[in-house]
Design a binder for this molecule. Structure first.
Ligand code: 0X9
Ligand code: ZN
Length: 473
């Protein structure tokens, strides 16, 4: 009986791998001259391109066939040249090997974090911060030598938001090793760990990583299923700027989800941020050798720009990367992790785009981590100072009575917004915005109210798309 059950469970666990349709879009790597950076997010939202690099007046992108089963490439921008006909081929050594090699797998991520906690119970605690669509835990390790970790400056480090960006889980593991092993050996590290709480989530998107390492290396999103399409881009699913520089098509690689925070991974990060009230966050992506900070949703200068730029520059000097705001040096990407951590949670958020490829050869993992360690250490060093000067946005900084009232109205109207949307049979915020923009024509008071609210830094994330839609009419 027990054996029959084992056989049954084994069969059940491998079944999805067979049931999964293997149709994939073909991807090729292309480059073309950059004429107008403003067209980039539109290009990406069109679904035909994924921009992976913007540098030296050129764009490098992954271009996909119009449909998985078709051979036609989406309309070609002027001056396009093909860099590589089959992106999967580039990653052949890893796919053929059928394993992740030196890279952490989902199982290894979990067992290593558990190991640290078991070996150094006074310094490390492991915790699941949420469960994914496919039921995997999202594991976090808290590192601190402080007597009361709730009262010391706190920082969150998280990687692998995007499935194929394997290198972005390696630096978090390297940081853990440096901090925990350094504790006994290096008085400077001991001092750091005793006076701070550093949370590390190496793999924020375990479902995506499992799929990338098992089935399809170039997978980017999570693996949530609604209808026939699979996956939401977690880095387009956060609240602030949701809907800008992303796609409403479930098949797109930058699909923003049916509503913000619709995804388990998004909610796990938000719940942790809410509970721990981090002062600083550092996320890792790959690739492009950039040090990024807000905004992602808008090219405007963020509040607190001097602080963001100062630390961005210092870290960029340490790792040799290029610093700047996401929208100013890359493209508009709304609904990313950092804008929401900044505006709603009062964190100082930074993101590195590591290295020059999604999955560097294994012998480059360690050099890549070593190159970035001084930059990471800069931010860890700066944490107490940054904790004392929170950004001039966010809940803690602006909880005046007027704003609290406004915020409540906003939460109410936001709920109503989504209910209306469903009632009207619409399925996207774009449609909702179009409807509201239409109503504004017959209701000038509504327009005034929206314009007024849009100027409030706490509400800007919600109202910016609306104001744009209104102005476009
Ligand atoms: O587009 C993205 O999501 C990031 N680039 S990637 O090639 N790794 O997909 C850049 C956005 C960075 N923004 C935030 N961290 N919020
Ligand atoms: Zn990424």
């Amino acid at each position: 009986m027990a054996r029959a059950l084992v056989v049954l469970f084994t069969l059940l666990s491998i079944l999805p791998a067979f049931a999964e349709p293997t149709i994939r879009p073909r991807l090729r790597k292309v480059t073309f001259p950059l004429t107008d950076r403003h067209e980039l997010s539109a290009l990406e939202a069109s679904g035909g391109f994924e921009i992976v690099e913007v540098a030296g007046g050129r764009v490098v992108a992954l271009q996909r066939t119009e449909r998985p089963d078709e051979t036609a490439w989406v309309p070609v921008p002027a001056g396009l040249a093909v860099l590589s006909e089959d992106v999967d081929q580039e990653l052949a050594p890893f796919s053929a090997q059928g394993s992740e090699g030196a890279y952490h797998s989902v199982a290894e991520n979990q067992s290593e974090l558990a190991d640290w906690a078991a070996r150094f119970p006074d310094l490390c605690r492991v915790e699941s911060i949420g469960r994914t669509f496919e039921g995997r835990d999202i594991w976090a390790l808290r590192i601190t030598g402080a007597a009361d970790p709730k009262t010391v400056p706190r920082m969150l480090i998280f990687g692998l938001i995007h499935a194929r960006e394997w290198a972005s889980a390696e630096l978090p593991h390297y940081i853990i090793k440096k901090l925990v092993n350094g504790y006994a050996a290096d008085p400077a590290i001991k001092k750091i760990v005793d006076s701070r709480a550093i949370w590390v989530v190496p793999v924020t998107n375990p479902d995506g990583l499992a799929y990338s390492q098992g089935q399809y290396t170039m997978w980017r999103k999570n693996r949530s299923r609604r209808g026939s399409s699979v996956g939401v881009d977690i880095n387009r699913n956060f609240e602030v700027g949701w809907g800008l520089g992303s796609s409403s098509s479930p098949g797109s690689d930058v699909y923003r989800g049916p509503s913000f925070a619709s995804e388990e991974e998004t909610r796990a990060v938000l719940a942790l941020a809410q509970r721990e009230r981090f002062h600083v966050t550092l996320s890792f992506h790959a690739y492009s050798e950039l040090v990024l900070y807000p905004w992602g949703y808008s090219e405007d200068d963020p509040p607190g720009k001097a602080v963001l730029a100062r630390h961005g520059k210092a870290m960029a000097q340490a790792n040799g990367y290029t610093p700047g705001s996401v929208a100013q040096i890359l493209y508009v990407a709304g609904g990313g992790t950092d804008d929401t951590l900044f505006l709603r949670h009062g964190c100082w958020p930074f993101t590195f785009e590591l290295g020059t490829q999604f999955v560097p050869p294994e012998n480059q993992i360690d050099p890549l981590c070593a190159k970035n360690w001084p930059a990471v250490l800069h931010l860890i060093d700066a944490l107490p100072g940054l904790a004392q000067t929170p950004p001039p946005v966010g809940v803690a900084a602006t909880a005046s009575r007027r704003l609290a009232a406004l915020e409540q109205a906003w939460v109410r109207s936001r709920t109503a917004l989504f209910e209306d949307m469903q009632g009207a049979g619409g399925s996207t915020v774009d449609e909702l915005l179009a409807t509201l923009a239409g109503q504004v024509q017959t209701d000038p008071a509504l327009a005034g109210e929206i314009e007024r609210r849009a100027r409030d830094p706490r509400l800007v994330g919600l109202y910016t798309p609306l104001v744009r839609a209104i102005r476009m009419r």
